[in-house]
Design a protein around this ligand. Structure first.
Ligand code: GLN
Length: 245
């Protein structure tokens, strides 16, 4: 069991659209309230990363311009370490643009932006295609025990993501567009690698998911309960926004 949750925040300045960094604040507070240590290390352009030094690698969303910069840097300076980290069981969480970069590529018209190939998926942004925007709710079964739970959030992406044949989505779309607006699935989950289009305050809107990440990352079966009245209200409000009671 790890004493602390050590997070590597990848490109926190560039890949932080919709204040995805707020997710890290929530993790920090929920660890601190339980006496679990929390450390965050930022890794920007050109910075190497240590695959053994973190339990969670976090990559947020970004506009196409920033995403492009990060994509080449990820491939050149961080891909191997991220593969090693995931192979060793560390959590890798990619949100929106970060999710797209976990796959093989992001096609922007005739431009090919490389991903790190941690999961088998492709993203295409057709010229002139509408953006997929709105409140979204997905049903997920993170422990594979049939106990589906809801993640509620917001999506805003031009890219459409297709999963490879052997890949599993993170969840089933209850409301919203999901990966491509057609398939009825959202995100990707392969072991400790998770990608999703739900961003902005993903974790503040879904504190139960934050706790799942903390427990899994630090090797705890259970976590001390917290007074979650505000968090429950935030979750209920996000569900209601997506039209799910
Ligand atoms: N640039 C990507 C897209 O539009 C991701 C956007 C985001 O992270 N919000 O598809």
């Amino acid at each position: 069991m790890a004493d602390a949750l050590r997070v590597c925040a990848l490109y926190p300045d560039l890949m932080n659209i919709y204040a995805d960094r707020g997710n890290l604040l929530l993790l920090e507070r929920r660890c601190a309230w339980r006496g679990i240590g929390f450390e965050v290390t930022a890794a920007g352009l050109g910075d190497p990363i240590d695959s053994d030094a973190h339990e969670l690698f976090y990559l947020g969303g970004g506009q196409d311009r920033d995403q492009r910069l990060c994509a080449y840097d990820l491939v050149e300076t961080k891909r191997d370490a991220l593969h090693a980290a995931a192979g060793g069981g560390a959590l890798v969480l990619g949100v929106c643009g970060g999710y797209q970069l976990l796959g093989h590529s992001y096609e922007l018209g005739d431009e090919h932006i490389p991903g790190i190939g941690l999961v088998d998926l492709h993203t295409v942004r057709a010229e002139g295609g509408d953006r997929l925007i709105g409140n979204v709710a997905i049903e997920v079964d993170l422990d594979g025990d049939g106990a589906g739970r809801l993640l509620a959030g917001f999506e805003n992406h031009g890219g459409r993501t297709s999963l490879g044949a052997g890949e599993q989505p993170l969840g089933r779309v209850v409301k919203g567009h999901g990966n491509d607006g057609r398939s009825g699935v959202e995100g990707v989950r392969r072991g400790s690698v998770i990608g999703t289009y739900l961003h902005g305050p993903l974790l503040p809107k879904n504190a139960w998911f934050a706790d799942w990440l903390i427990a899994r990352a630090t090797g705890r079966e259970t976590l001390d309960p917290l007074d979650d009245r505000l968090e429950d209200a935030a979750h209920a409000s996000a569900r209601a926004a997506a039209g799910v009671a």
